[in-house]
Design a protein around this ligand. Structure first.
Ligand code: SF4
Length: 74
């Protein structure tokens, strides 16, 4: 899966979250990642990861196995 596909998947899951359609297990993953990113020095003011350039709203919600924190924080 390309980075573009990962981001599209992440935004799709963001919409599911907003609509309350995500599973409780998936939401736990999203919240755990988001908590780590929010405290990370590599999070930009524009809510992007300064290491990979990805928008964090999508990146933290991509469930593709290839999606990972570039610093291995999650
Ligand atoms: S993906 Fe990793 S490096 Fe990037 S902001 Fe989140 S925790 Fe930091």
């Amino acid at each position: 899966m390309s980075r573009f596909d990962e981001i599209v998947s992440g935004y799709s899951n963001l919409v599911k979250s907003k609509l309350g359609l995500s599973s409780e297990q998936d939401e736990e993953i999203f919240v755990a990642r988001r908590t780590i990113c929010n405290a990370c020095d590599f999070k930009s003011a524009m809510d992007r990861c300064l290491k990979c350039g990805c928008p964090l709203g999508a990146k933290t919600r991509s469930l593709d196995p290839a999606t990972e924190c570039p610093e291995k924080f999650w």
